[in-house]
Design a protein around this ligand. Structure first.
Ligand code: UDP
Length: 241
């Protein structure tokens, strides 16, 4: 359980891959709708929510730099721009549900989003607005998972909720191996050590460990899971702490 009111601030990481749904590319409006609905529910419970969105549904720097023969830093900037599109689509879905939001971009683009300003972000959260972070950390060679860990530490989030398409962390890839088993709890050390467990990149896990931010990996496709994860009730995916 997240305990006292001041602790009721969470950082939700939604990957681009999750937003693509079964399409595998671009944005599946049904997924965006359901993510927004889940977020609206926890906001209604007075939980302060900040969201980091990925961009892998449009562009992934590491793979595209090779494919398109673009230098890695440029490709990563393209990846960061992709996350802003996802941020805007999530913002629009949330606002349609009556949830006030702000998008803050780590790369300045003042026509579409506020710049990332930590103290302004905190103020938005205190006022019950959902803050959606676009453009990752603003730096190439990072991932949005690392961005999620970084922002969680910066805003003092009680936990990092990592939304995925599967139920949690498995002993093997559950989409390929039917024998793969769900691991309900994992230490940070184990998550950092195990090479076969691809939960988040190691930099992100290390940042969470160093800052005592538990990570909950859960299935965003299952209705009510985000609420359960926030309330600490029922069995929700995998807890890394
Ligand atoms: N990216 C980056 N710096 C950051 C965050 C993201 O350079 O701080 C780039 C990187 O190229 C990455 C892309 O943006 O591949 C999309 O982000 P990510 O792969 O983390 O998205 P996800 O896997 O969550 O969809």
């Amino acid at each position: 359980s997240l305990g006292s009111a001041s602790k009721r601030r969470v950082l939700l990481k939604v990957s681009g891959e999750a937003l693509a749904g079964d399409k595998g590319f671009g944005i599946d409006p049904a997924v965006v709708q359901s993510v927004a609905k889940e977020v609206a529910r926890v906001v209604a419970e007075d939980v302060e929510v900040a969201i980091v969105v990925g961009g892998g549904n449009f562009f992934r720097g590491s793979s595209f730099s090779e494919e398109l023969n673009i230098d890695r830093a440029s490709a990563d900037y393209m990846g960061m721009l992709a996350t802003v599109m996802n941020a805007l689509s999530l913002q629009s879905a949330l606002e349609h549900m009556g949830v006030p939001t702000r998008v803050q971009s780590a790369i300045e683009m003042k026509e579409v989003a506020e710049p990332y300003i930590r103290r302004r972000c905190m103020r938005h959260l205190e006022k019950g607005r959902v803050v959606i972070f676009g453009a990752g950390t603003g730096n190439p060679f990072f991932t949005t998972d690392t961005c999620a860990a970084l922002r969680a530490a910066e805003i003092g989030a009680a936990c990092l909720l990592k939304a995925t398409k599967v139920d949690g962390v498995y002993s093997d890839d559950p989409l390929k191996n039917p024998e793969a088993e769900l691991i309900p709890e994992l230490s940070f050390q184990e998550a950092e050590r195990e090479d076969n467990i691809a939960v988040m990149d190691k930099t992100a896990v290390t940042l969470c460990r160093e800052n005592d931010i538990p990570v909950i990996v859960f299935n965003i496709k299952k209705e009510g899971m985000l609420t359960q994860a926030v309330q600490g009730t029922g069995s929700v995916g995998t807890l890394i702490s």
